[in-house]
Design a protein around this ligand. Structure first.
Ligand code: NAP
Length: 317
């Protein structure tokens, strides 16, 4: 149910701006490492031709180039076997010029994802998916933290959103986003509820949130009736709509969304209904320009950190 008033008061949490600031801060550290003869290097492994994955990897490589990091894109056929991919990872583990290894997910079905993530050297695991890094995060020890959850914490902290003591509801329990984010919020003393596809009466659980996070992968599933007035809403979802009927099902201002579809061939929408969130929330991350840029910025942070930590204390200031 939509509220009748059209207040449009929510503050936008500008992820692109926050990401630019983080990358700017990182430049100093990169210069310092280079002056010690170290250029941090990232290898991005892409298996198959998933169009979304191709865009993500291209953007990650571009971000490396813009910061003066070394990067390498390794493209493998969709038919690549687990053994072949494991061999590529072993070679990357052994190379001194590579500090970070990211294996772009999802992988084709014949590949054993868990085996592959386990094969990445934990010191080069810039995605933070290796069980050693997962364990470190669970127990609050230093280690690589997954980029999207780490980026969301940056958005909240740099926007002065209080976390301690607040009620946070995370919709989505993936190993890459929902679960690690819930832990990071817990470590910052939020009271956490994690929701998923089997949660009963999702809107009423979501309405309890001071901080509501949607990491679902369902266009505009979170509507006005999920949002406590004034809540901070973080929209992780990236959904590309290509059909007029999809656009009509999601947007209230159908005409301008259809015009965008005609002009660009697709319309991006998050997991949160964009017009409702502007009316109901206190602050929110837009799609695009919210969480996405932070994911890349934190990958850069993790790569630089891996370059420093892999070489032990010699490079610490
Ligand atoms: P995922 O692995 O597919 O997990 C989706 C989660 O949503 C699951 O836990 C699932 O519950 C839950 N869910 C599905 N339908 C639901 C429903 N009707 N009600 C409540 N919960 C429901 O997805 P993910 O990798 O976490 O990604 C989520 C979204 O974020 C996607 O759109 C993805 O493209 C986007 N993403 C964006 C970035 C970024 O940088 N902005 C980074 C990563 C991901 P079950 O566990 O019960 O199945």
């Amino acid at each position: 149910m939509r509220p009748e008033k059209n207040r449009l008061t929510a503050k936008t949490l500008d992820g692109a701006q926050i990401a630019a600031t983080i990358k700017d801060e990182l430049k100093q550290e990169i210069l310092r490492l280079k002056s010690c003869g170290v250029t941090p290097g990232l290898a991005a492994v892409l298996v198959g031709r998933n169009p979304a994955s191709e865009i993500y990897v291209r953007n990650k490589v571009k971000a490396c180039e813009a910061l003066g990091l070394y990067s390498e894109k390794i493209e493998l056929a969709a038919s690549t076997s687990s053994a072949e991919l494991l061999d590529v990872i072993r070679q990357l583990n052994a190379r001194d010029t590579i500090d970070g290894i990211l294996v772009q997910l999802p992988l084709p079905p014949q590949i054993d994802v868990k085996k592959v993530l386990l094969a990445v050297d934990p010191l080069k695991d810039v995605d933070g998916f290796h069980p050693v890094n997962v364990g470190n995060m669970v127990s609050g020890r230093p280690g690589m933290v997954p980029c999207t959850p780490a980026g969301i914490i940056q958005i909240l902290e740099r926007s002065q959103v209080p976390i301690a003591g607040c009620r946070a509801v995370v919709i989505g329990r993936s190993d890459t986003v929902g679960k690690p984010l819930a832990l990071l919020l817990l470590h910052r003393n939020a009271t956490i509820t994690i929701c998923h596809s089997r949660t009963r009466d999702l809107p009423s659980v979501a309405r309890e949130a001071d901080i509501l996070v949607a990491a679902i992968g369902k266009p505009a599933l979170v509507t006005g009736d999920f949002i406590k007035p004034g809540a901070v809403v973080i929209d992780v979802g990236i959904n590309r709509l290509t059909q007029p009927e999809e656009v009509r099902a999601v947007f209230h201002d159908v005409d301008s969304a259809l015009a965008q579809l005609r002009a660009k061939g697709s319309v991006l929408v998050g997991d949160v209904q964009p017009e409702d969130v502007r009316e109901q929330a206190g602050a929110y991350t837009p799609v695009p320009g919210g969480v996405g840029p932070l994911t890349i910025a934190m990958l850069m942070v993790n790569t630089v950190r891996a370059a420093r930590e892999r070489r032990g204390t010699a490079l610490h200031p």
